[in-house]
Design a protein around this ligand. Structure first.
Ligand SMILES: Cc1ncc(COP(=O)(O)O)c(C=O)c1O
Length: 453
């Protein structure tokens, strides 16, 4: 029999997270927005526990995973690595295609890898409630799951357009015991100000983040939990790539190309950073490709600048590829990719030539998602279809060139709550939103100038 899945045992769940910052000395510091000075742990503890603030600023290469977190990971980790043999056949490609599937977690994506860790540290710190943003609801439902496990209240601000597009994600959050409101909401000053200016605002991850941070800043027992972008979130996701390295060992293979969908950058970071770490320490070279939406292309069209992580300007300043914190992306169905910036670590890796980025339109992504569902059986999340699109394009290029290379991509989540979007695609109702240069120019004109620069 040909091997289809490469599996590890529970005791092979990684014991530490891998921190790429240790191998990227040129990474720009996070700045305090008031002083323009590098942020300290003390600056961050107003909205997150000390352990997470320390991880955010850490340059240690390995950070131990607490035993309680590893124990919970064991419910769905190690996640399977699949060889996409039927997809390879359908494409007629000599490429060897592998995918690491994170959709087997209880919430259906990679997001619980950090949700569980963040809930653990917050519970230890005596916090009672976590506030967060969510796009399509993958992160909100993951943090809601973590809140249920640790006895923490969870308040989720869900981007308005996704709140209506994905009603069952909302129901999933409520099922786990969380509360979820559409953002912009009337519950925060940030939300009210945005609604006053634009009552029909579709929302964005930046706006929902402002609302969640505002709640955390105003209540000592509420902290903010971020679903992406932040260094400690990328860190927690590195269990994905570390497992994939061992699984490819079982397959006696090594990827030439590693591909991930990029919203805030966390699943791409989680899959690719352990491979980049090997490369930076003298191991195999890999091509890493970030697949982002054409309608919200921070890596391919954004400017490298210090910017806020949220729309209102409550976060520290992050140096990243950004379309401007006030940019509100069009209402594409990959709600988790509608973010104006990208993780500073991913941004630095792009600047250092460690990864490439490619922007893809949503209809070509759904087309790839359909091909994948009909060959491999798993219906991918709209976000994940971006990685599949690029993987298929690379496999077809190799076919044309008559070369066999190994491709590894991240299947970051399933699309069972996104079937409405698939129906719209099948009915020919989904359009490409394109890239609005003018709106981005306007948003870029509002970039902050760090004090003292
Ligand atoms: C399934 C899935 N993949 C990818 C993403 C993009 O986020 P990130 O770039 O942080 O992995 C999301 C975000 O919600 C998601 O739900």
């Amino acid at each position: 029999m040909d091997t289809i899945k490469y599996q590890l045992t529970d005791d092979q769940i990684p014991t530490s997270w891998y921190n790429l910052a240790a191998d990227l000395p040129q990474l720009a510091p996070i700045l305090h927005p008031g002083t323009g000075q590098p942020a300290t742990v003390a600056d961050l503890v107003g909205i997150m526990p000390k352990e997470l603030a320390e991880q955010e600023l850490s340059t240690e290469r390995e950070i131990e995973i607490p035993a309680t977190v590893r124990q919970i990971y064991a419910q769905w980790r190690p996640s399977p690595l699949f060889r996409a043999r039927r997809l390879e056949q359908a494409l007629g490609t000599p490429a060897r295609i592998y995918y690491k599937y994170e959709g087997g977690s209880p919430a259906g994506s990679h997001k619980p890898n950090t949700g569980i860790a963040q809930a653990f540290y917050n519970k230890e710190a005596g916090i009672r409630r976590l506030a967060t943003e969510t796009g399509a609801g993958q992160w909100g439902s993951s943090l809601s799951l973590a809140g249920a496990f640790f006895g923490l209240e969870v308040k989720v601000f869900m981007v308005q357009v996704s709140y209506h597009q994905k009603p069952y994600r909302r129901a999933l959050m409520h099922t786990y015991g969380a509360t979820c409101v559409a953002s912009p909401s009337t519950e925060t000053a940030a939300g009210r100000a945005i609604l006053a200016a634009d009552p029909d605002c579709p929302g964005s991850l930046g706006i929902a983040t402002s609302e969640a941070i505002e709640l955390a800043m105003n209540d000592p027992f509420t902290n903010y939990a971020g679903g992406s972008v932040l260094n400690h979130v990328a860190l927690h996701q590195t269990v994905i790539g570390q497992e994939a390295l061992r699984q490819l060992d079982l397959a006696e293979d090594y990827p030439d190309i590693v591909i991930g969908a990029a919203g805030g950058g966390s699943n791409l970071a989680g899959l690719a950073f352990p491979f980049l770490g090997e490369q930076l320490r003298g191991g195999h070279r890999v091509r890493v490709i970030a697949a982002e939406p054409e309608a919200c292309p921070s890596l391919t069209k954004g400017r490298i600048a210090y910017d806020f992580g949220d729309t209102t300007g409550l976060t520290p300043l992050l140096k990243m590829h950004t379309l401007g914190h006030s940019f509100i992306p069009p209402a594409i169905h990959a709600g988790g990719l509608r973010y104006h910036g990208i993780a500073p670590l991913v941004s630095q890796a792009l600047q250092d030539g460690l990864l490439e980025a490619r922007a893809v339109p949503q209809t070509r992504c759904f087309e790839a998602g359909l091909t994948f569902a009909r060959t491999e059986g798993i219906v991918p999340a709209p976000e994940s279809t971006h990685a599949i699109r690029v993987a298929i394009d690379e496999a077809l290029r190799l076919k044309e060139e008559g070369r066999s290379e190994a491709i590894l991509f991240g299947l970051s989540g399933h699309g069972h709550f996104d079937l409405g979007a698939y129906e719209r695609y099948l009915a020919g109702e989904l359009m490409d939103e394109g890239f609005d240069q003018e709106r981005v120019e306007r948003a870029l004109a509002e970039l902050p100038t760090p004090a003292g620069s």
